[in-house]
Design a protein around this ligand. Structure first.
Ligand SMILES: NC(=O)c1ccc[n+]([C@@H]2O[C@H](COP(=O)([O-])OP(=O)(O)OC[C@H]3O[C@@H](n4cnc5c(N)ncnc54)[C@H](OP(=O)(O)O)[C@@H]3O)[C@@H](O)[C@H]2O)c1
Length: 372
């Protein structure tokens, strides 16, 4: 079972026992283990590749350890970062084999012994959410209680799972990194995607005038979020943005990376801020190194500020900001001030099909897996 504390190699997933159970159930071996306890199903990555290499397996149910919760997963978010994990290019992925799934909403099923004098603060039956990074594409998940936050009433499991990664990312880039002011202007690239649509909504709430770079078939969704769409395939993004904002915009939030960084800097006014957060067009280490050099040095040489935001990098350093920001996002959801635009749902164990659909590039908004 994925009992990951934040370890690169979650103990129970990498044990021969767990893998053997998985192999038995997927028919890859003739071994029969009569001692096998009750099992749960999960979608496992057993080798690097695309969605096609994912397999549904059965794993033994384990009790939560001290300070841990076992949660029945009701919904799990799907996003481009999962594709990067599958390809073996993600810094925070554990060793293969592992169960992907970056964010979950579910119900507490069992509580491990308290560590020290305090209780975990959770009750069986309580609805909770977590940024898991991996482990979410499973019927059950075991993690340290400190990683879970309660889901307020009025927020569905589906919507809770849909906002954890994308809205915390967008919120922290907007309010903690760029520190936008009402009346400013911003360009968002990958604007019709999960983080992009979240950023457009949160920028609008902050009183910022927005531009969204997206392919032409996705302009309706960008427009529906109050942004002016820009067809990035029609030319360089700096020229297209300056045709609308001749002095340049105050902020750019860039999902694309790679060769897109230079034009994004060019779309900024002098003194403006670029926040890079994605690698959609920066495959491999060298491309990413060149991209970081351009964000940090290139921007400064051109009189702009360049920053890179990474949710997991920040969370591992200090979980406090996520624990402060996710409840604000749940409150906005409950008040219907944001809408995670869940455009497709798939059954939990159809993570492969959901990721195959995402990889076609046709998806808009957010894809969520639901269980029951
Ligand atoms: N740093 C962080 O903390 C963090 C957090 C979450 C996600 N991310 C990263 O952010 C990126 C976006 O994630 P997401 O889940 O929002 O993705 P998504 O939902 O798949 O959306 C990506 C959008 O970008 C557009 N796009 C794809 N490739 C492009 C390219 N080469 N040039 C221009 N546009 C392109 C696609 O639409 P059109 O091309 O059709 O317009 C799509 O709408 C990924 O790299 C992900 O790993 C980073």
């Amino acid at each position: 079972m994925d009992s990951g504390k934040w370890s690169r190699s979650p103990r129970s997933l990498s044990t021969p026992e767990s893998l053997r159970a998985a192999q038995i159930r997927t028919g890859k071996t003739k071994l029969v283990d009569n001692r096998m306890a009750a099992t749960y199903r999960a979608v496992m990555l057993t080798k690097k590749g695309g969605p096609a290499v994912l397999q549904v397996v059965e794993l033994p149910i384990e009790p939560p350890g001290p300070g841990q919760l076992r949660v029945r997963v009701c919904a799990a978010g799907v996003g481009s970062t999962d594709l990067i994990l599958l390809a073996g290019n993600y810094r925070y992925a554990p060793k293969i084999p592992f169960v992907p799934g970056y964010e979950v909403a579910g119900v507490v099923e069992a509580i491990g012994a308290a560590i020290g004098p305090g209780a975990t603060g959770f009750e069986v039956g309580q609805r909770v959410a977590a940024l898991t990074v991996f482990g979410g594409f499973a019927e059950l998940l075991v993690r340290g209680a400190e990683h879970f936050l309660p889901i307020p009433s009025g927020v569905s499991h589906r919507d809770a799972a849909a906002v954890i990664l994308n809205y915390v990312t967008a919120w922290q880039m907007i309010h903690r990194v760029a520190k936008v002011q009402a009346g400013q202007t911003a360009l968002v690239t990958g604007a019709a995607g999960g983080v992009g649509t979240a950023a457009l909504q949160l920028l609008r709430l902050a009183g910022v005038k927005t531009y969204g770079a997206a392919s032409a078939p996705k302009h309706a969704i960008v427009r529906s979020l109050g942004a002016t769409p820009i067809d990035y395939r029609a030319g360089p993004i700096d020229r297209l943005t300056r045709a609308l904002e001749p002095a340049g915009v105050d902020c750019v939030f860039d999902a694309i990376g790679g060769a897109n960084i230079g034009p994004c800097i060019g779309a900024l006014r002098r003194g403006g801020t670029l926040v890079g957060f994605g690698f959609l067009s920066a495959p491999g280490r060298l491309a990413q190194l060149a991209m970081f050099a351009n964000i940090f040095l290139g921007a400064r040489l051109r009189g702009r500020r360049g920053k890179f935001y990474g949710i997991t990098m920040l969370y591992r350093k200090d979980p406090g900001p996520l624990h402060e920001d996710l409840p604000k996002i749940f409150a906005l959801l409950a008040e219907k001030k944001i809408d995670p635009l869940v455009t497709r749902t798939f059954p939990l164990l159809e993570a492969r099909q959901a990721l195959e659909f995402l990889a076609t590039g046709a998806a808009e908004g957010k894809i969520v897996l639901t269980n029951g």
